[in-house]
Design a protein around this ligand. Sequence first.
Ligand code: NA7
Length: 540
Amino acid sequence: MSETEVDALVVGAGFAGLYALHRLRGLGLKAKALEAGAGVGGTWYWNRYPGARCDVESLEYSYQFSEALQQDWEWTERYAAQPEILRYLEHVAERFGLKPDIELSTRVQSAHFDEAARRWRLHTSRGADYSARWLVMATGCLSRPNKPTLPGLDRYLGRVLHTGEWPHEGVDFSGQSVGVVGTGSSGIQCIPEIAQQAARLYVFQRTPTYSVPANNGPLDPQLQRRVKAEYPAFRARSNAQAGAAQFDPGETSALAVDEAERNRVYDERWARGGLPFMLAFSDLFTDAEANATAAAYVRGKIREIVADPQTAERLSPRHTFACKRLCADTGYYATFNRPNVTLVDVGADPIQTLTPEGLQTASRTFRFDSLVFATGFDAMTGALLAIDVRGRGGRPLADAWAAGPRTYLGLATAGFPNLFMVSGPGSPSVLSNMVASIEQHVNWIADCIGAMAATGAQAIEAQPEAQEAWVDEVNAIAGATLYPSCNSWYLGANVPGKTRVFMPYAGGFPAYRQRCDDVAAQGYAGFRIDRDRTLERKEA
Ligand code: NA7
């Protein structure tokens, strides 16, 4: 099969890939997106499990690049459920005429940099080859499912599901006995839903989870009208916050107020619902004693909600509050008051093996018809490293990142010219409102490619010194927080054998964006730009 030559290739057609394709085409480039799914939507295409919902508010978790789009689209709930977000992304793909340039059901298997031609050559699962000068990896931070390799899994005769690869036709658990492994965001969302349908539900919990009520509901039409009346100003307020969302960070230390005042603040945030709870005070992420007050408050709530004291105790986390991502739920803890739900503490009584009928822990045997893995993702690097990416000198990305990901600004990596990552490791990404971070990255990348194309440059590459300095800065910022203190996916600790490095940039979205803008304004400081006259002549 012959190679399809374009100017730019985008890998992925979720929030990042769709907007990247839109921007690159807007530069007058010939661009294509290659997408593994049979439809657009990325994360929101794959994660169709019952209860799947965003925990950033709809009015913020949406594109801001088009005023007409943000005026026209009507969100129905405070926190949109997966089907609504997927409809939104399908609308975006249609509205901006992106579909003709998206190859669906096309998984990129390899991406090799051809140094002589300064082009990326990609091979796909459909056997097709593509080449492009510019390569934008919009492969997602949470897109490669983490599937535990439990002994005996191949002998289990029931149905095995992963929340991140949920069947499109849905699953009917009526009358079934179901086992769920995992109690992170996906688990806490699907467990209450499955509990309502299944005859019996076993929740296999390795680590208890801090969760606050989402307090979801229909989106107040008046609020939506008010926001739309001043959407650009509303977005500016969001973008000025560390997480690129209006979480209204508290300005006082949790230790500067007495217990009654502290509880008043926590009560208020708990009633408001959602992730702003974690910013109730200024030092919850930096001071262990302050953090412990939030942890104790949530444990108190669990004891209030859960009737059986022993179950409440097992559900109560002991690790640093919010150093694994905080969850926002709808009736999660209360689900354990249902007579058909059993909590199994596999932290204390580990899973030994699966059996044909269910599973065995050290002390008990369980039987169930279906097993749901809500076990998360090989986060931030998983999807990138699943592709055989090779840069200059044929060096594999897996080799360059053997000691953990190394990037400059989370946008590029030395030795891999013209390859850009959207929300890559070393950028705020998962510590921020993803859509805002994605747009900021795509805008930066598109502006950079536009600037290169305008000056006839064929290659731009992060310089090792700039990259090392950035990696050090990212590590230093993380080291000043409590984040490294528990086994989170931010650190890669959820995937056996993965190098333990805190991957996202924890310095906040505004500071990060300023840094990226400064680098661009200084003529792409820290990058080397190549203009090869020989190539120019060939292309003319
Ligand atoms: P998470 O947050 O990584 O949660 C995965 C859960 O699965 C967590 O409770 C894990 O326990 C558990 N897990 C993983 N492997 C195992 C094994 N082998 N045995 C038992 N339990 C296991 O993934 P989610 O999909 O819920 O959420 C990911 C992000 O998506 C979320 O943070 C939001 O940003 C959106 P552990 O804590 O590792 O002991």
